[in-house]
Design a protein around this ligand. Sequence first.
Ligand SMILES: *[C@@H]1O[C@H](CO)[C@@H](O)[C@H](O)[C@H]1NC(C)=O
Ligand SMILES: *[C@@H]1O[C@H](CO)[C@@H](O)[C@H](O)[C@H]1NC(C)=O
Ligand SMILES: *[C@@H]1O[C@H](CO)[C@@H](O)[C@H](O)[C@H]1NC(C)=O
Ligand SMILES: *[C@@H]1O[C@H](CO)[C@@H](O)[C@H](O)[C@H]1NC(C)=O
Ligand SMILES: *[C@@H]1O[C@H](CO)[C@@H](O)[C@H](O)[C@H]1NC(C)=O
Ligand SMILES: *[C@@H]1O[C@H](CO)[C@@H](O)[C@H](O)[C@H]1NC(C)=O
Ligand SMILES: *[C@@H]1O[C@H](CO)[C@@H](O)[C@H](O)[C@H]1NC(C)=O
Ligand SMILES: *[C@@H]1O[C@H](CO)[C@@H](O)[C@H](O)[C@H]1NC(C)=O
Ligand SMILES: *[C@@H]1O[C@H](CO)[C@@H](O)[C@H](O)[C@H]1NC(C)=O
Ligand SMILES: *[C@@H]1O[C@H](CO)[C@@H](O)[C@H](O)[C@H]1NC(C)=O
Length: 320
Amino acid sequence: MGAGDSTMGPVIILILMSVLYSGAVSLRSEAYFNETAELPCQFSNSQNLSLNELVIFWQDQEKLVLYEHYLGKENFNNVNSKYKHRTSFDHNNWTLRLHRAQIKDEGVYQCIIHHKRPTGLVSIHQKDSELSLFANFTQPEIVQMSNITGKFGINLTCSSGQGYPKAMTMYFLVKLENSTELEYDCNMQTSQNNGTELYNVSISKYFPFPDGMSNMTIFCVLKTKAMKSEERELRSKPFCRVPNHPVPVTHQPFWIIIASLISVIFSAGVVYFAWKKKKKQRAVLTNKESTKTEKEKNEGTGQREKIQVPERNDKEVQCT
Ligand SMILES: *[C@@H]1O[C@H](CO)[C@@H](O)[C@H](O)[C@H]1NC(C)=O
Ligand SMILES: *[C@@H]1O[C@H](CO)[C@@H](O)[C@H](O)[C@H]1NC(C)=O
Ligand SMILES: *[C@@H]1O[C@H](CO)[C@@H](O)[C@H](O)[C@H]1NC(C)=O
Ligand SMILES: *[C@@H]1O[C@H](CO)[C@@H](O)[C@H](O)[C@H]1NC(C)=O
Ligand SMILES: *[C@@H]1O[C@H](CO)[C@@H](O)[C@H](O)[C@H]1NC(C)=O
Ligand SMILES: *[C@@H]1O[C@H](CO)[C@@H](O)[C@H](O)[C@H]1NC(C)=O
Ligand SMILES: *[C@@H]1O[C@H](CO)[C@@H](O)[C@H](O)[C@H]1NC(C)=O
Ligand SMILES: *[C@@H]1O[C@H](CO)[C@@H](O)[C@H](O)[C@H]1NC(C)=O
Ligand SMILES: *[C@@H]1O[C@H](CO)[C@@H](O)[C@H](O)[C@H]1NC(C)=O
Ligand SMILES: *[C@@H]1O[C@H](CO)[C@@H](O)[C@H](O)[C@H]1NC(C)=O
């Protein structure tokens, strides 16, 4: 057994090393922008070597050193300035944490372990890992471009931002009253922030009203790449467009207040008048008449108010 072990050990290590050095086994690592990334080393330490006899370091694809643990002590002399104060080494699972990961940090990293032997330092382990970064796009937001509510249509822009990697597609989804759904593909405009390298996206479209009568609910949909090769779909709040009413929108709130005031004053006057002249038979008749006309007026404003609700929506647009 003992003899078998002593010959088998190096053979296994050789096979392991040839597999590892070939680069075929490359690990993938994913992190959110500005959060902590993990760069694994996957060192099994089958020989139970102590940190005191090992030199462990991580380097990027330009061979700049991120971190070095030299014979039991952290050594910052070789660490490149862009990685200073950004790393921490987890002894338990041989993982290097890279804090405040930036988009620029995407790339391939190498973990290298040397063993100090009487003959000198011998490389015993090497592992590549590829780091990818992600940032969640904000919820898409639909904005009406002009305050002028067109009679025949509206111009809408939808935008989202602070995302990474590049968004896949963005489109408008229109739901009609008869639950027909229409997709409007648009030319997606992409811009990249110089500093953070995050992306902003937007689309714009003119929506003609089919007949001026039907309601439309418009969503904006953004499809992005997410971690673990998944796709994610983000949806804006619905933008509701309800048919126009002939009364000009801008005067309505003021108009309502005036109308309410007039009717309140008028009603008070009528009630007072009625109360004062209650005993007289002739007055009752008048009272009945005026109450009747007043009631009619109230009904009239009530109806207008009801119609005004969709009208206001038409103007403000966002519905829940
Ligand atoms: C990154 O995170 C730090 C807090 O950890 C915060 O102060 C900073 O504003 C963030 N930077 C960006 C670009 O989001
Ligand atoms: C590894 O070595 C340490 C001392 O360096 C010892 O305490 C520990 O028990 C060993 N573990 C194994 C699994 O041999
Ligand atoms: C390493 O261990 C820490 C906890 O100590 C854990 O959060 C992390 O996920 C581990 N990383 C790997 C690559 O196993
Ligand atoms: C990104 O979005 C996913 C899914 O909604 C969520 O689980 C994750 O916590 C978000 N990450 C950040 C950094 O906002
Ligand atoms: C549209 O109206 C809002 C206030 O309701 C105003 O802040 C904005 O400047 C107006 N935009 C245009 C293009 O007139
Ligand atoms: C919508 O935008 C187009 C071009 O930008 C413009 O010609 C048109 O008048 C706009 N319509 C409305 C209702 O704002
Ligand atoms: C990207 O969008 C954010 C808001 O989401 C905005 O503050 C920023 O100015 C935009 N950047 C560019 C380059 O358009
Ligand atoms: C729904 O309405 C639209 C236009 O109003 C029409 O083109 C479409 O055929 C209708 N769909 C159904 C299923 O009725
Ligand atoms: C982005 O950075 C480049 C140089 O790195 C500079 O020439 C350009 O003006 C910058 N653009 C913006 C919008 O800041
Ligand atoms: C349009 O929507 C409004 C509010 O959701 C609703 O009151 C109205 O009845 C709808 N119009 C039609 C023609 O269905």
